[in-house]
Ligand binder design. Structure first.
Ligand code: CP
Length: 339
């Protein structure tokens, strides 16, 4: 088991590291990141400055929309004393076909970090950002791809530790699909939760309708990581069965892997599963102290009722806030804030 009392690591060792998938960082490295995030959060609450990256610049390249991730990184970088520059494909030469290699080489001559969101096309985003990372001489942070959403799941882990303490072993987490017809969402949050949480000893139960399976190779790697971490990944046939006795429920929508390019057809078909909504009746099947999580944006009235997301079990605003504290920790550690 690699989850119990991990050895502390030297923060300087993370300078220059890419953060593309959580599975590429050891439990000790992730623990250290959470320790830094907690320190930065406490300092912020106490009104103390956290200027670890003065005069440093990170480029935030978004090939998809964002509210939380963009503002977590931009605000976080302001608080670290540096500057974050927002880029999208339309406003850069990426849309004219400039290669990942040339983009990486250019940005590496200017600043100290690159962060990328490229999450809407299965089997493209992770590959594209790895090509940027291969040629960049500065660290790259994945702000969500088709495989993982590592800056989300590490914030979720921080939030669970705040709620349930440092030892999360044995916590039952129901990670389930939910109905949301507006657009096909990436698979990277459920895949990221299944990959990360069992490494900290949690038991993740996955549930989704037929056709909404996760990427098989990601699940295979997650199962191996779960075995090493002392947690587990199992499957349930319905939201109700996954929720039975759960300590944490994380119901959210994702698209059909085989039909991302046929958005409207697949979304219309998903209407067969409009009863996959997290409501008070289903929540009552879980532990009385259950925590309701969602990465946001949530489709109110379809994925979840107002009574649940605004109710006493919901920790969604803590998750959202912790996006910023963990983003600050990741930028500070990888971009030389502790060197
Ligand atoms: N959870 C999350 O990544 O939110 P945004 O899409 O708003 O960045």
């Amino acid at each position: 088991m690699d989850t119990a009392t991990p050895a502390r690591i030297d923060r300087r060792s993370l300078t220059g590291r890419d953060f593309i998938e959580t599975i590429e960082w050891s439990v000790a490295e992730l623990d250290e990141t959470l320790a830094v995030a907690a320190e930065l959060k406490a300092a912020r609450k106490a009104g103390k400055p956290t200027r670890l990256l003065v005069d440093k610049t990170i480029y935030l390249l978004f090939l998809d929309k964002s509210t939380r991730t963009r503002n977590a990184f931009e605000t976080g970088m302001t608080q670290l004393g540096g500057h974050a520059i927002f880029l999208d494909s339309d406003k850069t030469q990426v849309s004219h076909g400039e290669t990942p290699q040339d983009t990486a080489n250019t940005l590496s001559r200017f600043g100290e970090g690159i962060a990328i969101r490229h999450d809407l096309a299965p089997y493209e985003g992770n590959v594209w950002m790895r090509e940027v990372a291969k040629h960049a001489t500065i660290p790259l942070i994945n702000m969500q791809c088709d495989v993982d959403h590592p800056t989300q799941t590490i914030a979720d882990l921080m939030t669970l530790r705040e709620q349930r303490g440092g030892d999360l072993r044995g916590l039952k987490v129901a990670m389930t699909w939910a109905f949301a017809p507006s657009y096909a969402r990436p698979l990277s949050v459920p895949q990221g939760v299944a990959t990360l949480f069992p490494r900290f000893g949690m038991d993740v139960v996955l549930a989704h309708p037929p056709g909404f399976e996760l990427m098989p190779e990601v699940l295979e790697a997650a199962q191996a990581a779960a075995a090493a971490g002392g947690g587990s990944i199992t499957f349930a046939p319905s939201m109700e069965e996954a929720f039975e006795g759960a300590d944490v429920v994380y119901p959210k929508s994702w698209g059909r892997l085989d039909a991302f390019g046929e958005g409207s057809t697949a979304l219309a078909e998903s209407a067969d599963y409009s009863d996959w909504i997290c409501d008070e009746r289903k929540l009552a099947l879980a532990s009385p102290e259950v925590l309701y999580m969602h990465c946001l944006p949530a489709d109110r009235g379809r994925e979840v009722t107002d009574a649940v997301i605004d109710g006493p079990h919901s920790i969604v605003w803590d998750e959202a806030e912790n996006r910023m504290h963990t983003a600050k920790a990741l930028m500070a550690l990888t971009m030389g804030g502790y060197a």
